[in-house]
Design a protein around this ligand. Sequence first.
Ligand SMILES: *Cc1c(COP(=O)(O)O)cnc(C)c1O
Length: 386
Amino acid sequence: MHLSDILTHLGEERANYFNAVAPPIIQTSNFAFPNLKAFRKAFEDEMDAHLYSRGNNPTVKILRQKIAALENAEDALVFGSGSGAIANAVIANVKAGDHIVCVKSPYSWTQHLISNLLARFGVEHTFVDGKDTSAIESAIKDNTTVLYLESPNSATLEIQDLSACADIAKKHNLVSIIDATYASPLYQRPLDLGIDISVQTCSKYLNGHSDIVAGAISSSKAMIRKIFNTEYMTLGGIISAQDAAMIIRGLRTLEIRLERSSESALLIAQRLARHPKIAAVHHPHLPSYPQYELAKKQMKKCGGLFSFYLKAEAIEDVERFFHKLQRFLLAVSWGGHESLLLPYCAFYGIPGREDTTVPWNMIRIYIGLEDPEWLWEDLEQALEVL
Ligand SMILES: *Cc1c(COP(=O)(O)O)cnc(C)c1O
């Protein structure tokens, strides 16, 4: 199906609601039945019937269809957060005594899920260097059931060879799961490369306006059915109809937003790479990137997120650089309209928390929808303090 068709029309049955161009927000928990026969029938399949909004809500259903089509998946489920989607995908595929092979330093709450929450229920794990395909295979044990990937990593941008990982998972009968938020389904299609489950954080590009927290799982009909029947319905981490409608609106402009961010980010990455006050730039589509060939092979474009290292002697230098900036916001997250900076020195010296292993002079940068020349002016003047 054409991308324009997915973003503009798919799943929208306008004749059912006065031919309204924007879908209605079906703000209801409950649905009523004309007779007992229809009521009884609805209990046969809560995923399809209009029975109760924890199972199926018509506004959410439109969004599910669009996300599944974007991922080239048979079906999808949407959740109240990206973390919720990740937890549902993983929990659905492990039981006590099983073992997970996961890439090192995944998203922080994924790390917490695997190291702490699932460990409490007797699920073991090994974290491996995802750049090394043979290390992934060597970490597999007799009780391994899940291979968990995150490519690219949203901080250090390391990537995994997804086709090779999918082959390993098939060979050892594992369910492969990827957090594929970085590239969005427009620039990387993990299911087409053989991965079983693709997770997206809709809080980032899919919604795209920094006003919603949500996540999605895309996979085969059988896998989505399995997750729906148990984890989705019991954990109940659903998205509201209101928020689903906001994401449907965000999707209208997904293609042009991503193109703008990708082009601006690549331009700024190239300029930073030539700047004398910059020690290094990590952008998967710069030829200097260590995994450039693989990044080009499995990812069409990179979107707006990359990282760079300042030539700084102390954390105070990083602070002086930040205090000069006017046009970037200092914040976590990314994927919205606004450009952001996340200095990793912010994760140093937090009471009760171990310092990050990411060097303190690394800065993650997200380029949003503003004029890239206007953003570059700001970076250039702030770099002068170093
Ligand atoms: C933001 C993010 C998440 C978590 O998503 P939430 O919607 O905030 O729960 C997970 N993985 C990656 C790569 C992210 O960037």
